[in-house]
Design a protein around this ligand. Structure first.
Ligand code: C5P
Length: 202
């Protein structure tokens, strides 16, 4: 049986979630959005709980909360993600998900470097901070949420700085990752490129 692991990393709002979902659908693989794990920890930390204790006891109900997509939860996620004990507590679940039968697509910040360094396919999906902020702002407006382009850009830059600057598992492309810059690409084109890379390794 073919077991293919696809590791997709990149900064916020570069399109990696959309690409990950499309690849999972097209290739018949399971998908894990690993950012949702850090967001789930962050949401409970904002409610006053201890980050490490929450990370050690995270359950499926935590991942289903619609508040995980809120901007303040994203910011707090990048703070709890800098705590080594939080990362360690979430690592086994991610590794087990990747190894389970049938293959998987995982997207996050450290999949190709730490969680699945042996992945057959590694993509680093990126775009300029301005392009990412414009996209996230448009999504928030379309969802009827109050949004400002300037604030969204500032939030993206703050999160990039924390994710790239932390000591443990910082955001960076694995040496063997294929970089896809989506700044000037429509989503269909970006997905087609990613699928082309993955299919070439089947
Ligand atoms: O991808 P998403 O924006 O949902 O991730 C939220 C935060 O979780 C990121 O800014 C990052 O700090 C953290 N994260 C991480 N490692 C991952 C996935 C997410 O540190 N593999």
């Amino acid at each position: 049986m073919v077991v293919l692991t696809v590791a997709i990393d990149g900064p916020a709002a570069a399109g990696k979630g959309t690409i990950a979902k499309a690849l999972a659908r097209e290739l018949g693989l399971r998908h894990l959005d690993t950012g949702s794990l850090y967001r789930a920890v962050a949401l409970r930390v904002l409610g006053g709980e201890d980050a490490v204790a929450v990370a050690r006891g995270l359950g499926p109900d935590d991942l289903a909360d619609p508040r995980l997509r809120q901007p303040e939860v994203a910011q707090e996620a990048s703070r709890v993600a800098a705590i080594p004990e939080v990362r360690a507590a979430l690592l086994d679940f991610q590794k087990a998900f990747a190894r389970a039968e049938g293959g998987a697509v995982l997207d996050g910040r450290d999949i190709g470097t730490v969680v699945c360094p042996e992945a057959e396919v590694k993509l680093f999906v990126t775009a300029s901070a301005e392009a990412r902020a414009a996209r996230r702002h448009a999504e928030q407006v379309a969802a009827g949420q109050e949004s400002s382009l300037e604030r969204t850009l500032a939030e993206i830059r703050a999160r990039d700085a924390r994710d790239e600057g932390r000591d443990h598992a910082p955001l960076r492309a694995a040496g063997d990752a294929v970089v896809i810059d989506t700044s000037g690409l429509g989503i269909d084109e970006a997905v087609a490129r990613a699928l082309g890379v993955a299919r070439a390794r089947l």
